[in-house]
Write a protein that binds this ligand. Sequence first.
Ligand code: FES
Length: 255
Amino acid sequence: MFLEECEIIENIKISEDKYLLKVKSEKSYKYTKAGQFFMLECKKYLRRPISVHNADKNILEFYYQVKGDGTKNLSEISEIVNIHGPLGNGFETHIKNKNLLLVAGGMGIAPFKFLINKLKEKNNITLIFGGASESAIKIIEYFDTKNIKLYITTDDGSIGDKCNSVDKTKELLKENNFYLIYTCGPEIMMKGIIKLALENNIKCFASMEQRMACGVNACLGCNIEIFDNLDKEKKIKNAKVCHDGPVFDAKYLVI
Ligand code: FES
């Protein structure tokens, strides 16, 4: 991992409180995997963990939501940002000739642009992207969706199908054989997707979100419970989202 001062190429508003930050990286980009994150400096506030949205040549992208003073500060900078990473484990991407389903809810789309770019040449990709309304899914306009199957769902029906992404997943599972499901988004959505994956015997990787203070395995801020093994009396242990995740094999998650 590196500490790097990066020149900002752009830091633009996508919709309401959602922003896309593009920076030039000299070192970190070479080692960055889809699903990892960086701790971004937010001037006088603590660093914030932000997923890597894309890494292409030496440009790193971050899609983030303004949730408080730190991220508000981040949305206002335009010249240099200090980044620390890449951190976390990232998604499995060494997969070929498979039908893969990606299910994202709201800001859970953040790690999927890079993941799609890594997987799409050698696999058939189906993406379900759900949000509250049209503005929540606006970032999809910045994706190259030419060679993937895309299903948009919104709660208010302002664009795409008026349903949630769990219902859409249920529908697609009836007609398709998926080898693997990747999911990222609100906890309630991921629980639904993981349940469907387990019921249908489909391997599933879930990217978990948890409050992170340090991002580097040095505090206890990001603990979640996972199964220690898959024996009958499943023992439970703690895992750190920043260090053991953020991506977990869903069958180990206590949901
Ligand atoms: Fe500190 Fe994970 S955020 S240990």
